[in-house]
Design a protein around this ligand. Structure first.
Ligand code: NDP
Ligand code: GDR
Length: 364
């Protein structure tokens, strides 16, 4: 089948990866269908630039209301769309929140995956529909080997990771038991200017930008010693697509192969924003001080997790050799893009506030 006629279905299309993936697939000539949840306020900010009036000729991007906790909506949409490729990106994706909502997290992240695979099976789509599962480095948890590769044993440390481990194995099981072309991407952390504002990288770029513009006085963080392997979401969605273009389904680690601590991320952003920062104290008392002696970064134990994943570092050699994938955006470039975008947003908010308006009134 020609790429131009391919039809993709993306769950989680309103999220960070969903937005980058939808754009990538549309650029490749796909017809793209996304599933969005009903919400009391607009939740399509990341994909509004892709949306066209359905009355226009040649529209290739469609949205459907649905929820992966609701089997009937999954079956209905799958039947309507008859996709060639399904990308299951929908998840309660915040690790800390999963300790507060473990049951909902399991329903969405674990059973949601099962519901989609069952829809493919029940509707007789298994010869036609290829399936991508958004698996995660969080499954390694308490790491057994460094760097982590496809063969590294899993040891999940949160309800989020336990649910994702179920999703990983049910994807493998439907591949083996039912012959579905189903693949897991074991993706390490990937970020971007549209990363959710409560993940640590975006919280830092947004927080320091607002501090620089006088809109906020201090950025409160949790464990500064946690180490992560951070890449750019734009690169990582390409790997998701490549997995579904292979003759055989398989599982792949996707990572940058470089590791930095949260503290190093703060330092890199401060450098990029021309903020001079010195650290004093340690543990609960650690503080980042600016040139005027003000505390602009401080530890708040509220952000500590009941069980932490201290260190993650991936080895993506298999993806490199079999998919021909490697990342194009390095750590400094990622930091720069995120920092510059949040500085612009903070400048805009400062201007609005200075003229006596509320920034929220101007947010689309
Ligand atoms: P986001 O949190 O930005 O997006 C999650 C998406 O899932 C949103 O569109 C959200 O909708 C949707 N969603 C949540 N719950 C449901 C539900 N019950 N039914 C339907 N849709 C739902 O995550 P990312 O884009 O960063 O990540 C994409 C996927 O990849 C997730 O599964 C995540 O766990 C996984 N992952 C992410 C990594 C990363 O570093 N970003 C690394 C490894 C894996 P809404 O907008 O309405 O909230
Ligand atoms: P993570 O990302 O848990 O790795 O999951 P997050 O950015 O939330 O945390 C990374 C590390 O930073 C530490 N941290 C803080 N985290 C947040 N959110 N807020 C803070 O204030 C803070 N201070 C320190 C955390 O403890 C942690 O060690 C992300 C998600 O995208 C998952 O969906 C995905 O599966 C994994 O990445 C790979």
């Amino acid at each position: 089948m020609e790429a131009a006629t391919k039809r993709a279905l993306i769950t989680g299309v309103t999220g960070q990866d969903g937005a980058y993936l939808a754009e990538f697939l549309l650029d490749r000539g796909y017809e793209v269908h996304g599933i969005k949840r009903r919400a009391s306020s607009f939740n399509t900010k990341r994909i509004d630039h892709l949306y066209r009036d359905p009355h226009d000729a040649g529209v290739r991007f469609f949205l459907h209301h649905g929820d992966v906790t609701d089997s009937s909506s999954m079956i209905r949409i799958m039947q309507l769309v008859q996709p060639d490729e399904v990308y299951n990106l929908a998840a309660q994706s915040h690790v800390a929140v999963s300790f507060e909502q473990p049951e909902y997290t399991a329903d969405t992240n674990a059973l949601g995956t099962l519901r989609l695979l069952e829809a493919i099976r029940i509707l007789g789509l298994r010869q036609r529909t290829r399936f991508y599962q958004a698996s995660t480095s969080e499954m390694y948890g308490l790491v057994q080997e460094t760097p982590q590769r496809e063969s590294t044993p899993f040891h999940p440390r949160s309800p989020y990771a336990v649910a994702k481990l179920y999703a990983y194995w049910i994807t493998v099981n439907y591949r083996v038991a039912h012959g579905i072309h189903a693949s897991n991407g074991i993706l390490f952390n990937h970020e971007s200017p549209v990363r959710g504002e409560n993940f640590v990288t975006r919280k830092i770029t947004r927080g320091l930008a607002r501090i620089k513009l006088g809109l906020q006085s201090c950025l409160y963080l949790g464990n500064l010693d946690a180490k992560r392997d951070w890449g750019h979401a734009r690169d990582y969605v390409v790997a998701q697509w490549l997995m579904l273009q292979q003759d055989q389904p398989d599982d792949y680690v996707i990572a940058s192969g470089h590791q930095y601590s949260v503290r190093e991320f703060v330092n890199a952003v401060a450098r990029e924003m021309d903020i001079r920062l010195t650290w004093r104290g340690n543990g609960l008392d650690e503080q980042g001080i600016d040139d005027d002696g003000r505390v602009i970064v401080a530890v708040d134990p509220r952000y500590f997790r009941p069980a932490e994943v201290d260190t993650l570092l991936g080895d993506a050699s298999k993806a490199k050799s079999k998919l021909g994938w490697s990342p194009t955006v390095g750590f400094n470039e990622l930091v720069r893009e995120m920092a510059q975008t949040d500085l612009l947003a903070a400048q805009r908010d400062e201007l609005i506030t200075r003229h006596g308006y509320r920034a929220d009134d101007f947010n689309e």
